[in-house]
Design a protein around this ligand. Structure first.
Ligand code: NAD
Length: 344
C-alpha cells in the first residue's frame, strides 16, 4: 500500500472520529429565546452543553438551576471553555460578542438578525473566513416543517405574498419591525427566488415605538418575480402566511398552523386519490388538483441547532449560512431606510 493511500485512510478515520466527538457549546444570553437554546443543546447527542453567560444574574441562576448547567462569570471564560457558542442576546450585542468568539477561533450560531449593520455583518464574515469557523444564523422559519413539506416540489414562484403580523410586545422592539419580523420573510423569499433583487418599494408607520412598527415592501427581482411582504408588530392576532404563484401551481403555507396546500394544473387525469377539479370543457384534459403534502412534526429550533453541530463536525453545511444572514440583512436595511426616508 502506498503512503498516499495510508495517509488517505488516516485522514478518513480522523474525519470519522471527529464526527463522534461532542462539541462543547455555551449559550450567551438566556432570556426568552436563549432558554430554549439551552434546553435543546442539553439534549442534542452531538453537543456537550458547557454552560451559560447572561449579563443578568437572575436569568443565569434560573436557567442554570432548570437545566443543571454551569454559570460562567464572564463571557471570556465561557468562550475559552467551548468549541462553539450560541449567541442569543439582543441584536445590538451580536456583533461584539460574535467577534470576541471568532477571534478565539470558536464557531458561532447567531440569532437573527445577524447584526444591526451591514458593516458589522461583513466584519463577522471576514473574521470567520480568516479563521475557518462556521457562522450560522437563526432564520428559523427556513426550517419550519410547513415550508419543508414543499421539498419535493419544484418551486419557481413569479409572485409571492407574505404576511407576518404579531400582537405588540416590548421584546424585539430594540430593532425596527423590518429587522425583527420582516427579515424572516425576506430570508425565505431570497431562498425561494433564484434571481437578484432589482428594485424595492416600501412604506411603513411608527405607531407604538419610535421606530417602524408596520411595514410593507414590494421587492422586484431581475427575472421579474415580485414579492409583496407585510409585517406588523401591533396586530390583534398572530398571522404568518405565505402564498406563492407560479406557472401552473399555487402554494399556500400557514407557518403557525403548520398547514401547506398546493393547487396544480395537470394534463389528463390527476394522480389517483387527489381531489381533481376539472376546468371548463374548452380546457381539454386540464385539471386543477389539490394536494396537502404531509407536514412533519419536529422542533425547528432543535433542528437548526443540530444542523449547526453537524456542520461543525463536517457532516453537513449550515442551512442558513452567515452570508444568507448578511443578504437578508442587506435587503432589510434597504427597506427600512426607504421607509424612514418617507416618514420624515
Ligand atoms: P430577551 O431580551 O428575552 O433575552 C436576551 C437576554 O440577553 C437577556 O436575558 C439579557 O439579560 C441578555 N443579555 C443582554 N446583553 C447581554 C450581553 N452583552 N451579554 C450577555 N447577555 C446579555 O431577548 P430574546 O427575545 O430572547 O431575543 C434574543 C435574540 O434572539 C434577538 O437577537 C432576537 O432578534 C432573536 N430572536 C429570534 C427569534 C427567531 O424566531 N429566530 C425569536 C425571538 C428572538
Amino acid at each position: 500500500m502506498s503512503l498516499t493511500v495510508i495517509l488517505y485512510f488516516i485522514n478518513e478515520i480522523q474525519k470519522y472520529m471527529n464526527t463522534l466527538e461532542k462539541i462543547n457549546i455555551g449559550v450567551v444570553g438566556v432570556g426568552h429565546l436563549g432558554q430554549y437554546h439551552v434546553k435543546h443543546l442539553s439534549k442534542i447527542s452531538g453537543a456537550n452543553l458547557i454552560g451559560v453567560f447572561d449579563s443578568n444574574n437572575k436569568r443565569n441562576n434560573s436557567i442554570s438551576k432548570q437545566y443543571n448547567t454551569r454559570i460562567f462569570d464572564s463571557l471570556n471564560s465561557l468562550i475559552q471553555s467551548c468549541d462553539a457558542l450560541s449567541i442569543v442576546t439582543p441584536t445590538q450585542y451580536h456583533a461584539e460578542i460574535a467577534e470576541q468568539c471568532i477571534r478565539s477561533n470558536k464557531h458561532v450560531f447567531i440569532e437573527k438578525p445577524i447584526t444591526v449593520s451591514l458593516s458589522e455583518a461583513d466584519n463577522i464574515l471576514r473574521l470567520a473566513d480568516n479563521s475557518g469557523v462556521i457562522v450560522q444564523v437563526g432564520h428559523i422559519e427556513r426550517l419550519n416543517p410547513a415550508l419543508l413539506a414543499l421539498d419535493s416540489y419544484t418551486l419557481k414562484p413569479k409572485y409571492i405574498e407574505v404576511q407576518r403580523l404579531a400582537p405588540y410586545t416590548t421584546r424585539g422592539t430594540e430593532v425596527p419591525v423590518v429587522l425583527d419580523l420582516m427579515i424572516h420573510d425576506i430570508d425565505i423569499v431570497l431562498a425561494l427566488v433564484k434571481s437578484q433583487v432589482d428594485t424595492i418599494h416600501a412604506s411603513g408607520l411608527s405607531i407604538m415605538t419610535d421606530s417602524v412598527d408596520i411595514a410593507n415592501a414590494r421587492i422586484q427581482f431581475v427575472d421579474g418575480t415580485i414579492a409583496n411582504i407585510t409585517s406588523s408588530r401591533i396586530a390583534k392576532d398572530k398571522v404568518r402566511k405565505l402564498k406563492a404563484f407560479q406557472n401552473e401551481m399555487y402554494v399556500t403555507i400557514d407557518f403557525l398552523l403548520g398547514l401547506t396546500e398546493v393547487y396544480r394544473v395537470v394534463k389528463n387525469k390527476g394522480p389517483r386519490g387527489l381531489a381533481a377539479v376539472p376546468l371548463n370543457e374548452n380546457e381539454g384534459n386540464k385539471q386543477i388538483i389539490y394536494e396537502k403534502p404531509p407536514v412533519n412534526s419536529f422542533d425547528p429550533l432543535r433542528m437548526e441547532l443540530s444542523n449547526f453541530i453537524d456542520s461543525i463536525k463536517g457532516k453537513t453545511k449550515p442551512i442558513v449560512s452567515g452570508s444568507d444572514g448578511r443578504e437578508a440583512l442587506k435587503v432589510a436595511i434597504q427597506i427600512h431606510e426607504m421607509i424612514i426616508k418617507d416618514l420624515h
